[in-house]
Each structure stands twice: as C-alpha cells, then as structure tokens.
Design a protein around this ligand. Structure first.
Ligand SMILES: Nc1ncnc2c1ncn2[C@@H]1O[C@H](COP(=O)(O)OP(=O)(O)OP(=O)(O)O)[C@@H](O)[C@H]1O
Ligand SMILES: [Mg+2]
Length: 410
C-alpha cells in the first residue's frame, strides 16, 4: 500500500512525503520519505523527532518508529472499534475477517476528525482516505452515541458503524466520540464506562480538575459537562483546530521518543522543550505547575501520551492540559511519569526538590504552591456546581484535603 502524506501548515495542505506499507508473512514493515518539495518548503518541520528533515527513507516495523503517524491514528478505543467493524462486515459478507495492520488503522480513521494536521491520502492525492460521508454528528447525538458505546461494551455483535464514523480517530482508551458543539466547533465527548459506578462520576471530576487548573493559571481547553440520562459526559473543544484549520500535534511520548509502558520523567519533556520549544521560558515553568497540580490531586495516570504539543511557526508549544483526574484516598500515590529524576511519588515536595530544573525558583515555587492550595480549597464548591453527588464528594474528600495540606506545608 502506498499513501500520500500531507501536513497542514498555516491552513494549507502541504505534501510532505510518501508512506509505503509492506506485509510479508504476516509481518508489516513501513517506510516513509519526505518529498524534495517539502524539504525545500520554508515552513517545513520534522513531523516527529524520529523523522528528522532529511533525504532518504525511515523504516519501521509497523509504525512504531514513525511516531508522527502513531499520534494521528487510533489508540485502544479506536482500534477496538475498527477491529469490531471489520469483524461485523466479514460476518455479513460471509468471509474471514482481515487482519488490520498499523497502516490500515492509520488509513482507516475519519479524515475530518484526525488528530493534528497530518492527513493521509490515496497515492494519487485526490482523495483523503476514510472521508466521513455522514460528517461529524452534532452535539444532540450524544445520547445516541453514548447508548451505542454502552452496547458495544456489552455486546460483541453490536453495530459500531456510527461510533467508528464519529470516534475511531481519537486517542486514549476510554469511550468517546467526536461531535460538533453548539457553535460548530469540533469537540471530543468523553463518555462514562457502561459499568462505571455512579459514585465514581469520572467525567464530572475531570471537569472539576479542568476548572481548578484554569483558576490556578494552567492552560486548559474549553469544556462543558453534559448530563445525559443522569450520567456525566465531558465535552472538550479540540485544541488542534482553529475553525477548520488544523494545528500540528505531537504527543509527549513521541516528543521524547518513548514507548508505551516506559517510565519517563517530565524532565525528558523539559529537554525537548529546551531544544525544540518555541517558548521554553513560558512552557517549562507551566509544565512544572501542571506537575505540581498532578501531585496535589494524585493524577497518577500522567503517562506521556497524556502530555501534548502543538506546532507554532517557531517550534513546539505545550498543548493545553488534558486527561487530568483526581484519585481517591490520602495514601501514598505513584505517578506514571515522575517529576524528578526517578522519585515517582505523587507528592508536591518532589516538585519543590527539582523546581530549578523547571526554571522556577524555590521562592516562586512556594508561592505557586500556596496559591494553588487556595484554589483547591474551593474543590467542594466546584464539585457541587457540576452536579456531583454528596456520596461522590465524600469519597473524594481525603484526596483533595491531603493534597491541599501537602501544598501548604511546602
Ligand atoms: N481538547 C483536546 N483537543 C485535541 N485533542 C485532545 C484533546 N483532549 C485530548 N486530546 C487527544 O485525545 C487523546 C485522548 O484523550 P484523553 O487522554 O482525554 O482520553 P482517555 O481515553 O482518557 O486517555 P487514557 O487512555 O490516557 O485514559 C489524547 O491523548 C490527546 O491526544
Ligand atoms: Mg489519555
């Protein structure tokens, strides 16, 4: 299979190169090379650090060493949908289901909702692959999509075509779909899992985190919480779109050339921002603030795919923060990504120990911590205003109260 790859630079789809897939004896290899025209383009940039701007081909088993593609293809949720859709179609057509390789996953997700600014076309460049013929559903479809996601989780034979059209391109593991918000903006609707206990109310707590982060001066996407049949659905405006224009996106994992499941530190991202960042003086202290917030609320699932970067003309900037969630309890908690060199405790004191590496003085760090404690002390009000139940608030109390105490004692 041969695919044309374009990347949108300042709203224009610029041909970047060609991707070739080869499958032999059930094993997939892929290679990509930039076009001469792209290399000569004044706005050209390396799509990911493992694909530096140069002549010649980059080779990979699957797509794992072509990380720019990994960032615009489905993750666990979307992959599962694509495989289910293929299985259902094969059953209908009475044939064996095809194995879906990485390049099939890449080409198989909807163009309109694809993450970032990379787009995948047929070899003639005339047709964006997997165009959605229905368009992105409007916000009013959320109930229907949520019901379909519930059904998909419980019934292997469920029809997942609507979900594939709406949501397969999105990363992450939790159920979700793309929708157009009230004013037409492209949004991600994050759904509760079908078996989620009401006391967990994960999406509502994520919304509380976003609001508290914003009050603490951390950049976050615009969001709203919807109540759908009594359950919380979080609507997030896509930060990789400005109107219809696409903004290049790179995951933190790709930026540091890491692999899923690997143990990394935010300091690896600091190094990337120092080398490739457009505004390291702003973004590195911002990253520290996010790390402090993460420790304070026990946001333990802070793996490097939960950090992102957006392309500016001069380099990469931190994307708004996302997928930040409190975790119950006041026990010691451990982060997926450490703030310091290897101490992965989710404890604000670990942030203070390394603040200078983040261009934050100890004095400024203590001030930020005090201000953050003040913002967090409003957590209960924020939770109630999002309709979170008393039982759920009680279950989360020791998380927030212990976090606030730890911030205050810095
Ligand atoms: N507001 C946004 N705008 C654009 N892209 C976003 C936005 N929020 C999240 N993303 C992208 O979508 C992906 C999935 O979102 P998110 O991390 O919130 O989902 P998740 O299913 O909770 O993830 P996980 O598997 O880490 O639990 C992210 O990795 C990021 O690339
Ligand atoms: Mg995530």
């Amino acid at each position: 299979m041969e695919l044309l790859v374009t990347v949108q630079i300042a709203g224009e789809d610029v041909p970047a190169g060609r991707l070739f897939q080869n499958v032999r004896n059930g094993a997939e290899t892929a290679s990509f090379s930039y076009s001469e025209a792209y290399l000569a383009h004044p706005g050209a940039f390396a799509l990911s650090p493992d694909m530096p701007l140069s002549r010649g081909s980059f080779h990979s088993e699957g797509l794992r060493d072509l990380r720019a593609f990994e960032d615009c293809m489905p993750d666990r949720w979307g992959r599962n949908l694509l495989m289910r859709a293929e299985r259902n179609e094969a059953l209908r057509e009475r044939r064996a289901a095809r194995s879906l390789f990485e390049c099939d996953m890449l080409a198989g997700v909807g163009d309109e909702t694809r993450q970032g600014a990379v787009r995948i076309w047929g070899p003639d460049g005339l047709r964006a692959l997997a165009p959605s013929n229905q368009g992105v559903p409007r916000e009013v479809s959320v109930l229907q999509l949520l019901e379909e996601a519930d059904l998909a989780a419980t019934d292997m034979d469920a029809d997942v075509r609507d979900l594939v059209a709406a949501g397969s391109s999105l990363g992450g593991a939790r159920p979700k779909a793309s929708v157009r918000g009230e004013r037409g903006a492209l949004c991600i609707a994050k759904f509760p899992k079908v078996d989620e206990s009401a006391i967990d109310d994960v999406c509502a707590w994520e919304r509380v985190s976003l609001q508290l982060m914003e009050r603490a001066g951390i950049v976050v996407p615009a969001s709203r919480l919807l109540r759908v049949s009594g359950r919380s659905v979080l609507l997030l405006e896509r930060f990789d779109r400005i109107g219809d224009t696409r903004v290049p996106y790179l995951s933190g994992l790709s930026a540091i050339q890491g692999n899923d499941g690997g143990r990394y530190s935010y300091l690896d991202l600091v190094e990337f921002l120092e080398e490739e960042g457009a505004a390291p003086d702003d973004d590195i202290p911002e990253l520290w603030k996010r790390a402090l917030f993460t420790c304070a609320i026990g946001n333990t699932d802070n793996h490097m795919r939960n950090q992102g970067l957006l392309r500016d003309v001069n380099g990469w900037r931190l994307s708004p923060a996302f997928d930040v969630n409190p975790s119950k309890g006041d026990q010691s908690k451990y982060l997926a990504s450490a703030v310091g060199f290897d101490d992965a405790r989710a404890d604000p004191s670990t942030c203070l120990e390394v603040c200078e590496y983040y261009r934050v003085s100890a004095r400024a760090a203590k001030r930020v911590a005090r201000d953050m404690a003040l913002v967090l002390s409003d957590w209960q009000k924020a939770a109630s205003s999002n309709g979170i139940s008393k039982a759920s608030i009680d279950a989360m109390a020791s998380c927030f109260e212990s976090g606030i105490d730890r911030l205050r004692t810095l």
